[in-house]
Write a protein of this length. Sequence first.
Length: 253
Amino acid sequence: MEVNNIRFSYHNKPFIDDLSVVFQENKITSIIGPNGSGKSTLLMLLSRIYKSNEGVIKLNGKNIWDYKLKNFAKKVAVVHQKNQIYGDLDVKTIVGYGRLPYLSYHQSLGEKDYQIIDWALEITNLKKYQDHQLAKLSGGQQQRVWLAVALCQKTPILLLDEPTTYLDVKYQIEILNLIKKINHDYKMTIIMVHHDINQAINYSDEIVAMKDGRILFQGKPNDVINPKSLKQLYDYKLEVIDHGNQKIVLNYQ
């Protein structure tokens, strides 16, 4: 995906100003930055939930708003930070909603759809929970259900808005390892908003740092993460050390 000179306002107040960025194909990109920097807003623009006031976002060289809704849903899947809970439906039924872009009005799921649903359940390690109600699953298991729904769309691009929010450390690691596996095994382009710097460094091929509605810096984690860049981003001095081939942000000073 390619973002060209977009501007976006909330209630006529400029929020994102003349922003341009190119997201690398088949890579994991994490968007980081302080609260209110525009991270989630950018993801909403990429997913067509919001529409920019100016500029254009392109997918395969085509304005994303020139795609019909179902065709766009075959290209880009989204997992939001907060998702509606269908407490009385079983997991397999919910995961099957990911096949809706491929169905015409009143068309039922076919053999191919069920094969893809089983595939998504297998990848996300949810087969044994497929008959369980969503509301009875843990937070980490529920997040895997939403990932499975997105995988069922069979899109080349996956957008994730803070996928580890509200999860304890164990489930955070499980979800991030799953995201990395999906990217590695199926070559999906993954763009995620992330609030944890060290997780973003460890699980991303590319970092995009936002502040005040603009891109402050972009590049490979080891190239762009340093005390100077983080001071500019967060207005705090942070200690950064090298641990093997990876940068680690230790603490606030």
